[in-house]
Design a protein around this ligand. Structure first.
Ligand code: COS
Length: 384
């Protein structure tokens, strides 16, 4: 069983300590054997199950406890990457509404998503760039009582199965970051279509969306016109640490799989576990996991404790945990040898599943820019 000693760390409260075994038991009961050959159907089924049993309240209930979000993502990722994906996207696709929406927007969009009866999505990236948010090209033009959206969004998780998309578009109130606004766009809006579905190495619903004179009412605007960049960054500040938590879950599962393997496999007349080179790998994997976990739960705790901005902490957590998990999983594949690359083996699946986490919700390179900017700003402000 995966190490749970971290639950004794001071970042957590008793409700967090109770949640992990409860979710573990639920996942073992409810996720085993769920077919994944049709990812759309699997995702819909996962959303329904997670919603029916109350877990999505934590993602889309309107208030965030980031430690809870992280513990849920870590635990689900340890069991089933698609279950983690389904949970996380219900949160990311409603996070901007929960944080910046009006009472009416919150009342309309959050409850069905929290019950698992509607599917949410976050549409920011574009073909010409996902990293440079201030350069987005999709436009939203004021037209009578509403707005008309034109442009293309890509790499949109839940694209094709979502009931609504939180869309970032240029309203041109000002150049760059200050000229963006955020909208909640219903999937059935006239002029919104799915241009293509994107198959990826760890399958999940992913699509390119096209907006062609897509008309939305003025009530679709989140916050004020021109708030889009801050809404996007504020939402990512909450969810970036949770990407690190999902990576942690993958890494913990890889360590478990590696431990099982080295206790079972014999070579040169002894068990793999008895070789010092194996022990060195296990030590590196376990230490890397704890170091990443400390950063993830530090970021989550800081946010929950009322820090107004956790940009630096969240970026550090996301970068370190995703990069670490990639290495830990690579070690696990190595310890499994040839079996580690056989399709269907758990470590083979983890090897594919971890890769995108170093890219989405801000690449490792973007996290470095964010961290450096925060560190330099703090230094400049502290200078006598
Ligand atoms: N919270 C609140 N405000 C923030 C913020 C945050 N986390 N980050 C930036 N801002 C504010 C800044 O303070 C600045 O405000 P003022 O204009 O009032 O000074 C404004 O937003 C612009 O910030 P900045 O100048 O840092 O913007 P840049 O265009 O240089 O972009 C990066 C910054 C690269 C950090 C941003 O574009 C980013 O995070 N990109 C990655 C996005 C991403 O995750 N893409 C993946 C898509 S989701 S799958």
């Amino acid at each position: 069983m995966a190490d749970r000693s971290f639950l004794a760390w001071p970042f957590f409260e008793d409700r967090h300590r109770a949640l992990v075994p409860a979710l573990d038991a639920w996942a073992a009961r409810s996720l085993a054997g769920l077919p994944h050959d049709d990812v759309d159907a699997a995702c819909r089924a996962l959303v329904r199950r997670l919603g029916a049993d109350g877990w999505l309240q934590h993602a889309a209930g309107g208030r965030f406890d980031v430690r809870t979000l992280c513990l849920i993502r870590e635990t689900l990722a340890r069991h089933d990457g698609l279950a983690d994906f389904a949970f996380a996207m219900q949160g990311l696709g409603t996070g901007s509404i929960a944080l910046f929406g009006s009472d009416a927007q919150r009342a309309r969009y959050l409850p069905p998503v929290a019950r698992g009866e509607a599917i949410a999505a976050f549409a920011m990236s574009e073909p010409e760039g996902g990293s440079d948010v201030a350069a987005l090209r999709t436009t939203a033009r004021r037209d009578g009582d509403g707005y008309v959206l034109d442009g293309t969004k890509t790499w949109i998780s839940n694209g094709g199965i979502a009931d609504h998309y939180v869309v970032f578009a240029r309203t041109d109130d000002a150049p760059g970051a200050r000229g963006l606004s955020a909208f909640v766009v219903d999937a059935a809006s006239p002029g919104l279509s799915i241009a293509e579905r994107i198959p990826v190495i760890a399958p999940h619903p992913l699509a390119t969306l096209r907006f062609t004179r897509c008309t939305v009412p003025a009530s679709a605007l989140l916050g004020k016109q021109g708030d889009g960049f801050k809404i996007a960054m504020g939402t990512l500040d909450v969810f970036r640490a949770t990407v690190g938590a999902a990576a942690l879950g993958f890494a913990r599962r890889a360590l478990d799989e590696a431990l099982a393997r080295i206790h079972a496999r014999e070579a040169f007349g002894q068990k793999l576990k008895d070789f010092q080179l194996t022990q060195a790998k296990i030590a590196e994997m376990a230490t890397a996991i704890d170091a990443a976990a400390l950063l993830v739960y530090r970021a989550a705790w800081a946010k929950d404790s009322g820090a107004p901005r956790v940009t630096r902490e969240a970026s550090m957590a996301k970068m370190q945990a995703t990069e670490t998990a990639q290495q830990v999983i690579d070690h696990a594949v190595q310890l499994w040898g040839g079996m580690g690359v056989v399709a269907g083996n758990r470590v083979e699946a983890l090897y594919r599943e971890i890769r995108a986490l170093r890219i989405y919700e801000g690449t490792t390179e973007i996290q470095k820019l964010v961290i450096a900017a925060q560190v330099m700003q703090a230094w400049a402000e502290a200078k006598p």
